[in-house]
Ligand binder design. Sequence first.
Ligand SMILES: Cc1cc2nc3c(=O)[nH]c(=O)nc-3n(C[C@H](O)[C@H](O)[C@H](O)COP(=O)(O)OP(=O)(O)OC[C@H]3O[C@@H](n4cnc5c(N)ncnc54)[C@H](O)[C@@H]3O)c2cc1C
Length: 480
Amino acid sequence: MFEKNNCMDRRNFLNKGLMAGLFVNGMFGFKKKSGRKSCENIPVLVDVDVLVCGGGCSGVAAALSAARHGAKVALIERWPSLGGMATNALVNGWHRSDRQKVVINGIVEESAQRAFKHDWIVQDPNYPRAHETHWFDPEGMRIVWQQMLSEAKVRVFCYLNAGEPIIENGKIKGVLVDTKTGRKSCLGKIVIDSTGDGDIAAKAGLPFEFGRTSDGLVQGMTMMYTLRGIDAKAMKTISREKRDEIMNDMIKLRDEGKFPPFNAGNTRGLLSGWGGNFVPWNMCAVAGNPLDEEELTKLTARSREQVFQYVDYWKKNVPGMQNARVDQTGFSLGIRESRRIKGLKTLDRDMVLNAVKHPDAVGHGVWMIDIHDPKGTGYTTYTDRNDRSMLKEGTSYHIPLGMALNDRIPNLAVACRAASSTHETHASIRVQAHLMALAQGVGTCAALALDSGVDMVKVDIKKLQKILRDDGVYLEDVPS
Ligand SMILES: Cc1cc2nc3c(=O)[nH]c(=O)nc-3n(C[C@H](O)[C@H](O)[C@H](O)COP(=O)(O)OP(=O)(O)OC[C@H]3O[C@@H](n4cnc5c(N)ncnc54)[C@H](O)[C@@H]3O)c2cc1C
């Protein structure tokens, strides 16, 4: 089948021009004239029902759910291990509770249960009343997810970057990959873009937005890191006055340009001795364009240096930290936001804060609008300001399937942080448990669509929701 087809080999025209709020690159995606070239002689590496590009938390959930419902699935991941931000950037916290009850289960709960068996996860002592419910060991979660995919017989290819999409007659056939042994194709009847950045969807021509409307900037990034050599007991005895003195000194030095930016709220937590050694810290702020590789390289290097600057200061000034060392920094800089691919439905502020319910719901979300300053000061709407936008306790919003589907390429879905939302609501849906709920819905939908011989948008939504509930997904209050 594939040998007879042509593929579109296009440049990603827009990455360099990301400085305003809205870009629509659909105009490039379907221009048959631009850069068409034959794929006739390109060997096929894998030919499956569902091809998942990207193996972060959402790619794992999408692949797993599609495979468990009978689809032949392959997942391709550019890094050496699964988990994306969750493991390779050391982002290890989950938010699953509406502060009265847990409303995100399914594959998230299953992953937690597996991690518990090995002591790779802890539950918050206030569970389920705490918004943040679990903290896991990124090393352990790599293993948990790899095992779950192996058991479901998903073919996993790490060290493989998904390149240009192959488009024919308005459908995606797969993607091109450059392997150690030459260029090959990976084919799928349905392709799920879980690259976090929406690489495949954007290159296939789906319109996307980037950044906030005022200046086109995306949320700030963070280099996560762990420490060793900390005497947490001694740190816990530091008086409040002393801690304030340290914080004020750091803030003064920062404001004078003699110290790097940092997230003050989380730094206070660190200096209280909470977490001690080996808890990844979320306070090292930088900002820029995560789609510009050269800039990203500089930011990654700079943020690593910042971590060492903090520790140098603390060793001299904080009781209990004299012997502190940097244990590890993230393999990747932590990226919160980049493209938001326009879908059939766009999650907006009203939907999130007013806990709106949708007929095409595949899961629930609880997290607030949690924006890290796009200018990289380290301020966040969650920890440092009074403007946090939170849902009422005991309420949750629906995550609609429509935010992953689109009106141009029926066999392509976006199940990751690039799914359709506004800049503000991205700051809620971007958290891992929420994305895994979305991705479980999308993966299951893909398998059901193939089984029923219809496009994903045409699946029997009630049937999909029943399957999800049977699989342990919390799905309540769905309007008929
Ligand atoms: C510093 C920081 C702190 C955060 N704090 C929290 C928190 O406390 N709790 C929480 O739940 N969430 C938190 N988040 C958000 C959350 O971690 C991410 O939004 C989420 O992990 C994104 O998951 P994803 O699967 O969409 O993308 P990613 O985790 O980015 O995964 C995408 C995967 O696709 C791969 N990939 C990308 N492009 C390609 C390609 N072309 N071909 C093949 N593979 C590709 C990547 O290597 C990666 O493995 C935080 C984020 C950051 C950065």
